[in-house]
Write a protein that binds this ligand. Structure first.
Ligand SMILES: [Zn+2]
Length: 483
């Protein structure tokens, strides 16, 4: 018998003995420390950061005590606001977060701030029927019978805060599918955006909300139109809202990733026609806040809508690899892997199409070799924890795969997605959930915030400038905690 075969048989015999309890188990020649995850970048922590890390451990313990079996862990609940009094939540409020790189249109705003903007300028339909709960700008010609001013209805009790929350957010979803409710909320609020002044004010408040939550860069997805003029007007309005905020906060930046829908109700060519308008608009609408130094305002392209019920990303390969897209100077930031289907492999398409960042990439864990590629090529993942939870991709955030992406060297950013509908304080709640669910350390948090600038869509010079601003904010934040 050959040596190799003999060894194999002996190994099987030994394993059998151990399994049947006949052999003593031996300790392995590795130390515990070999398996403790290290922070995902080679940076040593300062003495103050070490101190802050020790305090963060205490904060996590205090917050952890709020959750018992059967309580959704670390997700701020609709009715219970005990989390808001924890030290960890204050930490998350004050944390300089860098960029929020994944939010849609004007939804990076809290529910209460959204209401503040529209309450005296919009009406709500309170007559039973298809449009029950739908909201309209006061001058929207399509508003149906039975509409009443929102502010008035709230003041006289015809409409309660709870009812309005249920009309606007996923709070009232109960057993319904998250996406079905989200689609209904999009429809219920679209009538508010027809008034240009309300539209601009909603964006201004969205950006002020970002600044208040410690965000210095908002890269938002904006749905483009098949009509060139409409796309240009939309971008110009958003830019005006951004200028108003930058006036007060010169460090703040807004950049736009234009999107088209993958929804089956549109034919395959529709997305290309829409993104073409975005490409043309990108050369017309620049960030000229500082006229001496114009910068790109539109930085990329994407395709959106619920993946499991839409056209797969691969159907758009021809368009996304066309000369027109390649020569546009716009990068691809692609939604992918936001799916529970065991056949969904859009994380592969996003990679082969050359996406510089992946939106969600929730199911990337199914493809270990591709995970290595994401890590090697530094394809950043925009992780939206609360969105993934509310839209039913994960029933407990402790089981979310993002932690393994982070530990395997993939640049992870934390993002807010659709704050107003998810009823979150955008990004603050997401960080709270992530820090607690994944037991993140100060080093992890620092890496995540830093990733949101390193992997932004800004050119190098602007990235470096923004990084300096963030580093100064971070040092001050850490000194405050440690002090
Ligand atoms: Zn999204």
């Amino acid at each position: 018998m050959k040596n190799k075969q003999l060894k194999k048989i002996l190994a099987i015999l030994c394993a059998t003995l151990i399994l049947t309890g006949c052999g003593a188990s031996k300790t392995r020649e590795t130390s515990r420390e070999d398996f403790i995850p290290v922070i995902p970048y080679s940076e040593t922590l300062s003495a103050d950061e070490e101190k802050a890390d020790a305090l963060l451990k205490e904060m996590k313990q205090e917050a952890d005590a709020l959750y018992t079996f059967g309580t959704p862990y670390a997700v701020p609940e609709w009715s219970d606001d005990a989390y808001a009094d924890t030290k960890l939540y204050s930490f998350c409020r004050m944390l300089p977060k860098g960029g929020d790189l994944h939010g849609h249109d004007d939804t990076m705003i809290s529910y209460t701030r959204f209401i503040d903007v529209i309450r005296d300028r919009a009406e709500i339909c309170l007559e039973e029927g298809d449009q029950y709960g739908y909201m309209y700008a006061y001058d929207n010609p399509d508003k149906p019978e039975g509409c009443v001013p929102i502010g008035e209805a709230l003041d006289n009790g015809t409409l309660t805060e709870e009812e309005l929350t249920a009309f606007l957010t996923l709070a009232g979803k109960e057993d319904q599918r998250g996406w079905d409710v989200l689609h209904a909320r999009f429809a219920a609020t679209s009538g508010v955006h027809t008034n240009e002044e309300i539209y601009k004010d909603l964006y201004e408040e969205t950006f002020r909300n970002c600044v208040d939550n410690g965000v210095i860069l908002a890269e938002l997805r904006v749905l483009a139109s098949p009509d060139d003029d409409v796309t240009v007007q939309r971008l110009t309005n958003i830019r005006e809202a951004y200028y108003r905020v930058r006036q007060d906060h010169p460090e703040f930046r807004v950049r736009v990733i234009c999107t088209a829908s993958k929804n089956l109700k549109y034919d395959e060519d529709q997305a290309g026609l829409i993104l073409d308008t975005a490409i043309r608009a990108s050369s017309l609408v620049k960030d000229e806040f500082d006229p001496a130094k114009p910068e790109e305002f539109v930085i990329g392209l994407d395709l959106v809508s619920e993946e499991d019920t839409s056209r797969p990303l691969k159907e758009y390969t021809e368009y996304l690899t066309s000369e027109e897209v390649k020569n546009s100077g716009l990068k691809l930031f692609l939604h992918c892997g936001e799916s529970l289907l065991n056949t969904n492999d859009t994380v592969i398409d996003a990679y082969t199409l050359g996406a510089v960042r992946a939106g969600h990439a929730f199911n990337l864990y199914r493809y270990p070799e591709l995970m290595e590629k994401y890590a090697e090529d530094k394809v950043a993942i925009e992780v939206c924890p609360i969105s993934n939870y509310r839209l039913d991709y994960v029933s407990d955030l402790r089981l979310h795969p993002a932690l393994s992406y982070l530990r395997n060297g993939i640049p992870v950013c934390i993002c807010s997605d659709d704050g107003v509908y998810l009823s979150t304080e955008p990004l603050v709640d997401d960080f709270y959930a992530a820090i607690l669910s994944w037991d993140l350390s100060i080093g992890d948090i620092k890496a995540i915030c830093r990733n949101s600038i390193t992997y932004s869509g800004l050119p190098k010079e602007e990235t470096d400038e923004l990084m300096k601003t963030w580093e100064a904010q971070w040092d001050e934040f850490i000194a405050d905690i440690a002090g």
